[in-house]
Each structure stands twice: as C-alpha cells, then as structure tokens.
Design a protein around this ligand. Structure first.
Ligand code: AVJ
Ligand code: FE
Length: 438
C-alpha cells in the first residue's frame, strides 16, 4: 500500500516534470525570459517558481532539510510580485532555473524514499507530494496559456482529438431535484477548497448535454449580442465597450468568415467545437440571450457526480475510475477541445457529455468555502481568494492534467478573464422554457 502510494507520487511528479520540459524546451531562451502578455509571467519565472514551491514544501517542510536557495523565495512569491512586474525581477536565467528545479527534484526523490506516508496530515497518502505535482501541472497549464498568447510559431504538436460518430443527442438533460453529496472528505489528493463532503439541496434543472459550441456562439454574435446592453452584466458591458470586444479572444473576422489563432496558427473557427476563450461576462450574456442561465457550481457538480440509481456521488461522471484517453480530453494530449458530443464513454449516468476535459466551464457561483472548510496546508492556496470577486470554473480543459482534475476540483478566476481555456454550458430551471421553447 505504502509502496503503491510512493510509486503514484513518483509517477505524478515525473509526469509533471516531463510536461514542464516540453513547455520550456520548445523555445529559445529569449522566449523564456520575454513577457508575452502583462497577464502572464515570463515562462522562466514559472519554471523556477515550480522548483521553489517544491523546495519549500517537500524539501524543507516534509523533508526537514536545509534550504537550498532561501534568498530567492521572495522573487518567486506570487503574492509579493504581480505577474506584470515579474520581468523586472532578478530572475534565475533559463539554464540556472532548469538546474535549480532539477537539483530540488533530485533531493525530493530521496525525501520521498524516506518519508512515512502516514501519521501526519501533510504526508498521509503522500498528500504533499500530490499537492506539489498538482501545483506544477497547474503552472504547466499556465505556461500553455502563455504559449497560446505568444506571437509567431509555437513548436508544440499533438494529434487531433478523436472524432466520434455523430449521434442524435438531446440538447439538454433533466437533472432531478433533491440532495446530493458535494465535495469530498475521502479523495486523498483533493485540495482544501474541495473539502469537506457535505449535503446540498438542488432543485430540478435542465443542463446542456454539451458545452456551447463556436457555431452557437456565432449566432449570438450575428444576432448583435455584443451590441445589446440588455444581455450584459453592467461590469461586462463596461469591459466590452472599453476594450472594443466583439468576439471570443483570438477570433478575427475576415469577410463572412471567422478565423482564430490557435498556438500560432490561423484557422477557420470550427462550428462544432466548444467555444473557448470567453470571459464569465460573455458566457453570462450568451446564456441570457438564449433565455437560459449559467449553472450554479452545485448544479454542475450534481450533473457530473450524482448517480440517480445509488444516490451516491461518483469521483467522475463515468464512475470512480481514473480518466483514460477514452473518457476525456485532458493532459495536453490534444491541443484543442474535441467536437461537442464526443467522448461517449465519459458521459454521466444521465447522459451529460464532456463535463471533464475539453474546456473549463464557467459557473454562476462565487468562489466560497464549503461549510466546515479549513485552510490546508496554506491560506494562500484558496482562502485568500474566497469572496464575490472570483467566479468558479469546473471540469478542466484539454490543457489540464488528470492529477489536477476531478469531479470535485474547483478552479476560479476573475470574470473578465478570457486568456484561460474557458468555455461554458447553460442551464435552466425545470419548468422554465428556453429560447427555442422546447
Ligand atoms: C487554482 C489555477 C487559480 O494558477 O492562480 C498555482 C493555482 N496556486 N500556484 C493559479 C495555483 C498557486 C491557481 N488556480
Ligand atoms: Fe504557484
């Protein structure tokens, strides 16, 4: 059992480092130190920050070892330095940053060998190792976003997502009302904000079978959705007016055709793919235009986890098995979402598709603690972000590794954000008719 955990921790750390190498070895050093957007860190900051977090948690705290580079802690403290200011910090140069992260890792593997994986909350079930692997994978997703923002060619390659034979799927699925278990107290590597498991009452509602597609979103654009104030939350209207936003980020109109830039390449916007790079405000406005609304976070989780036969909550829509390539589009295996309606093996018991993977899904909910929440092991992971400023996203995108993706996993961001791999689906109360008036 312990050896099994050790192996899992080692595999998770190794997979994260392999991906970090792909994301930082695919460009020249100049691209690692450049700032490609004020919204993002230079890639070389992420790289050394990954190593520094690992040093702090696994070497010093878990391993009780002496600090390797205590003098750089402050440079890589995300709270001391906002992203826009990071290029002016005395950052480790690319070769140094690689060496540092590698040095830390070498010592951490020794710590992993010698640590008892029980008897303390931080190391029970190898939690801290799982947490650090998730942290690295989250920064890998951040670096993938930076590559998407970069101009010029992006030397990342991946096969196209699988194409599943088209099926006649219903547009929406009825999720019954009643209580369900939200969050978890048993998932070993679940982070503090996913805990504890608790009962939630949800009224019956209809949930879109798939995420909203680019084609559907184009109808909103063509109908003048960006020009009509009534669809928009006041702060969203303000944002699109101030910045002249008329379409999802990376979209560009050429005559009657919509093009988008995806990892350095210009291509036609695919009508049947889930829409990507929309803000919460754009998702909210679309839903209002469609006579619908965003699902609450609890509704999303009930749709994703509730098994109406047993009444229990699953780890994933398809059951308790870890994701494989037939369940969901995760882990940068593909560099785009799969077509809406794909991944039949990933469907929920009620038939909702693609809840996990493809695109992060905005919910209507603010990022708030669950009843009984306790910050662990540090307040700066979740607690300092709780409040009405941040909206919750669920389900993970193609750029999220399975280690950082579960039915209970919670992501959050500001409602103006659109460089992230964000999409959405819509819902409505049971008994309320949608725009199509089904
Ligand atoms: C959970 C994705 C919002 O990237 O800001 C990384 C994850 N926390 N380092 C972020 C995180 C600390 C976090 N998100
Ligand atoms: Fe971080």
């Amino acid at each position: 059992m312990t050896e099994d955990l050790r192996r899992r921790a080692l595999d998770a750390l190794t997979a994260a480092r392999t991906r970090t190498a792909v994301l930082t070895d695919c460009v020249e050093d100049g691209e690692l130190t450049a700032q490609h957007s004020p919204l993002m860190s230079p890639l070389v900051w992420d790289l050394a920050h990954i190593g520094n977090q690992e040093e702090q948690w696994l070497l010093r705290t878990v391993g009780g070892r002496d600090a390797l580079r205590p003098e750089i802690d402050s440079v890589y403290d995300a709270f001391e330095h906002p992203r826009a200011t990071r290029p002016s910090l005395p950052l480790l140069a690319p070769a140094e940053a690689r060496r540092y992260a590698g040095d830390v890792r070498g010592r951490v593997l020794d710590v992993l060998e010698r640590t008892a994986l029980e008897g303390s909350p931080l190391t029970d079930a190898a939690f801290a190792f799982g947490m650090v692997a998730q942290h690295e994978q989250q920064h890998d997703e951040t670096m993938l976003i930076t590559h998407q923002l970069r101009r010029g060619p992006v030397a990342l390659t991946a096969p196209e997502p699988p194409v599943h034979p088209p099926e006649a799927l219903p547009a929406e699925v009825l999720v019954p009302g009643g209580p369900f278990t939200m969050g978890t107290s048993t998932e070993p590597w679940a982070l503090d904000n996913e805990r504890p498991a608790h009962r939630r009452e949800v009224d019956a509602f209809w949930m879109d079978t798939t995420p909203v597609t680019c084609g559907a979103f184009r109808q909103f654009i063509d109908d003048g959705g960006y020009a009509e104030r009534r669809w928009w939350a006041p702060a969203g209207w303000e944002q699109i007016r101030t910045h002249g936003i008329e379409a999802p980020l990376f979209w560009r109109r050429e005559g009657a055709t919509w093009l988008r830039r995806r990892f350095g390449v210009s291509e036609e916007v695919p009508a049947d793919e889930p829409v990507l790079h929309v803000s919460w405000y754009e998702a909210d406005a679309y839903a209002r235009w469609a006579g619908r609304r965003l699902p609450t976070e609890a509704e999303w989780e009930k749709a994703a986890r509730h098994d109406p036969v047993s009444g229990r909550s699953r780890r994933y829509p398809w059951g308790d098995a870890d994701p494989d390539e037939e369940h969901a589009n995760l882990g940068q295996r593909h560099l785009r979402p799969a077509r809406a309606g794909g991944y039949p093996r990933g469907a929920s018991p009620l038939g909702v598709r693609q809840l996990i993977g493809d695109v992060w899904e905005w919910t209507s909910s603010d990022f708030l603690p669950y009843p009984g929440f306790a910050a662990f092991p540090y307040r700066e992971y979740s607690e300092v972000f709780f409040g009405p400023e941040y909206k919750v996203l669920r389900g993970g995108a193609f750029g999220v590794d399975p280690v950082a993706c579960r039915g209970t996993f919670r992501n959050w961001d500001l409602p103006v954000r659109r460089q992230i791999f964000s999409g959405f689906r819509t819902a409505r109360d049971a008994g309320v008719r949608g725009r199509e008036g089904a």
